[in-house]
Design a protein around this ligand. Sequence first.
Ligand code: CP
Ligand code: NVA
Length: 310
Amino acid sequence: MAVNMKAKSLIEIHHLSHEEIWQIFDLSRTLKEKRLTGESHKLLEGKKLGMIFSKPSTRTRVSFEVGIFELGGTGLYFNQNDLQLKKSENIHDTAKVLSRYLDGIMIRTFDHQDVVDLAKYGSIPVINGLTDLHHPCQVLTDLFTILEKKRVLKGLKLAYLGDGNNMAHSLLHGCSKVGMDISIASPSGYTPVDFVVKESLENAKYFGSKIEIIEDPVEAVKDADIVYTDVWASMGQEAEALERKKKFMKFQINPELVRNAKDDYLFMHCLPAHRGDEVVDEVIDSSNSIVFDEAENRLHVQKAIMALTM
Ligand code: CP
Ligand code: NVA
């Protein structure tokens, strides 16, 4: 049964129901097929999406901009430095003003609370294009991509190695909402935040998945269907890169480590990848790797998200 997501913001996967997640997947599949066959799908004719970035981006920017264009609308790019936002104007006022011009806002920024506030004070849907806490569009895309490849989600095991960052948090929310097991191996001091783990454990109880937060990379990867990693120093943490490299080296995804996963395991990475750090060429360029399908699907899944909410 279709659920109405009109005007709903997408701030974190935890706020989505199981039905809403599957509705996004269904529409993503339809839109992907239509694009492939050249069938018109201008579901957002004349609509305007504002895209605010205070961090760099390749995939998110291009896929949202191309996505809104293909749906018949227009994307407006704003570097946050060029806006009055958080300089001479508070979020409250910016949210109210942008709501008078636009039909939706996608924002990539540091502080998760800024996205929450933008949605709270504005009257149009806000889509989180990455904060320090979450990256929901990426993980919805990842789950959709796994579903395409494996045909199921429930019962699969995803191993995530590395920093307990925005990707780890959204993967915890995402896997636990679709009944996938998730095993996270991070160095001590770099584990996911407790409240996200707690929220995910509640989902897991309901949807029947297992969650494991450990320090042993071999144990995490053991019999995994999906092996996932991300950069060791995220945007904004560049100064810590060297120190992190030393602490994270044993979490590198290399041929020796992936021998512990299932033979038909999939390698995933949200990209950009720091080859030679969190993953080596032999894995990311192997036939198990689906990183470019994952990147392509950002387009289809975000088109579905925009079409459903705007
Ligand atoms: N995965 C991802 O969000 O990539 P960008 O930083 O290039 O947008
Ligand atoms: N954790 C990374 C993800 C990039 C898509 C970052 O925040 O920089």
